[in-house]
Ligand binder design. Structure first.
Ligand code: ATP
Ligand code: MG
Length: 397
């Protein structure tokens, strides 16, 4: 039995077949199915040309029609249907000069990057595998379809994709693919930063990060990544940390930041075109991590917030495996904080103004900060009357 995600899409393939065309599941979904991994979305390839696809289905959107992709909406789901295509000569190391729609599956599978990604599966689960992807999956090998030299020269991003699949699957590069990647790594300079970042983030999210990062260093691909050119030794050291593979993507970015030293962190992350929220959070984590080295205090935990504190502790443990780090303990300590945000304070600025019979001004904020700090450090409980008594006793009203 095919997994549900394929079964749901079978009527789409059948419709195309009924109209006289070929249609298959292709790409990552077939690979992940054979690997027993979770399948997020299925890609469909067909011999029907885009206009023919549009004539078969009622609701379609021109998604990337010049590349042959039509989005089909059926039963509340979306399916990307792409016409078989071949890619002509490449002159910019990035994209084909011309995309040609074709009627043969074989031609379409031939343009795909790696053997494990160039299999097709029909409705009854039969797999077309002209490039022996199954065998490579069995041997846990990543091998280009055809000459690696040609395939990496056509589109240099494929080299980053190769490394990210290493990090995601734990596979190795087949030897001629590896040799060629080493020889052509410089070509990655032709690829836009955003596309490198997408693959690099997948490397950092992989379960085999160590393997992926070591490969980035070994092949010199890292030299073409934003700001990392001069950090080969640091990347190598980082890739050797035993706990690395247990980190998630955010934690791996934080760890990387600790390895690149006293650079302008915001500028570094901006150079990767990362979203500003991510940049803010990582910068905060880096600051908190520096202070955590001397131990957590209630104030530091409170300032960090739970999510940041857990990321920091996890990374600290990776950097200092023999220290007394403990993510569980940090979670416990955080839960025991008297308050976890300013909104939880049992007094407001309005209360203070009423008690002091004074107008608002900077003093209100100052007083609230004092109260907040006293509550976090458990000098006083978070209770309106107790707070008022404490302020009176200290002549703070
Ligand atoms: P993921 O699970 O991360 O989506 P994927 O293999 O599905 O992995 P996609 O980027 O979604 O990767 O691409 C879908 C398919 O298109 C690939 O499996 C591969 O067959 C083909 N493909 C993608 N990028 C390239 C490329 N740069 N060169 C050749 N073929 C490619
Ligand atoms: Mg995909």
């Amino acid at each position: 039995m095919l997994p549900t995600i394929f079964q749901q899409a079978v009527p789409i393939l059948k419709k195309l077949e009924k109209a006289g065309f070929e249609a298959y599941f292709v790409g990552g979904s077939v690979r992940d199915h054979l690997l027993g991994r979770t399948i997020n979305d299925v890609d469909i390839a067909t011999s029907a040309y885009p206009e023919e696809v549009k004539a078969i289905f009622h609701r379609t959107i021109d998604l990337g029609i010049e590349h042959g992709t039509v989005l089909v909406l059926e039963e509340g789901r979306e399916y990307e249907i792409t016409t078989f295509r071949s890619e002509s000569s490449y002159t910019d190391y990035r994209r084909p000069d011309k995309v040609e729609f074709i009627r043969s599956l074989d031609g379409d599978l031939k343009r795909r990057d790696f053997t494990m990604n160039s299999m097709a599966m029909n409705c009854d689960g039969t797999i077309m595998d002209p490039y022996h992807g199954k065998e490579d999956i069995h041997n846990r090998l990543i091998r280009t379809v055809g000459s690696p030299e040609m395939r990496f020269t056509e589109d240099a991003l494929r080299m980053m994709r190769a490394v990210r699949f290493v990090s995601q699957l734990g596979f190795s590069l087949e030897s001629s693919t590896l040799i060629s990647l080493r020889e052509h790594s410089r070509l990655l300079e032709h690829i836009a930063v955003e596309r490198k970042t997408m693959e690099f983030e997948k490397i950092l999210a992989g379960l085999w990060k160590q393997k992926g990062l070591k490969l980035l260093v070994d092949t010199h691909l890292y030299k073409e990544l934003p700001y990392l050119g001069g950090y080969g030794a640091q990347l190598k050291a980082l890739a050797d940390l035993p706990g690395l593979d247990t980190l998630n993507k955010d934690q791996a970015w934080l760890l990387l930041l600790t390895y690149i030293g006293e650079v302008d962190v915001q500028g570094f992350l901006k150079g990767w075109r990362l979203p500003s929220k991510m940049i803010r959070v990582r910068s905060k984590e880096l600051d908190i991590l520096k202070e955590r080295k001397t131990g957590w205090t209630k104030t530091l935990l409170y300032r960090a917030g739970l999510e940041v504190a857990l990321n920091v502790e996890k990374v600290y443990g990776c950097l200092e495996p023999s220290s007394d780090f403990s993510v569980e303990r940090v979670m416990e300590q955080y839960r025991n904080l008297a308050i976890s945000s300013r909104q939880e304070l049992d007094v407001t600025g309005t209360d203070l103004m009423a008690w002091a019979d004074q107008k608002g001004g900077p003093w209100v904020k100052e007083r609230l900060l004092e109260i907040e700090s006293a509550i976090i450090n458990e000098t006083i409980p978070n209770d309106k009357e107790e707070i008022r008594r404490w302020l009176t006793e200290c002549n703070r009203l």
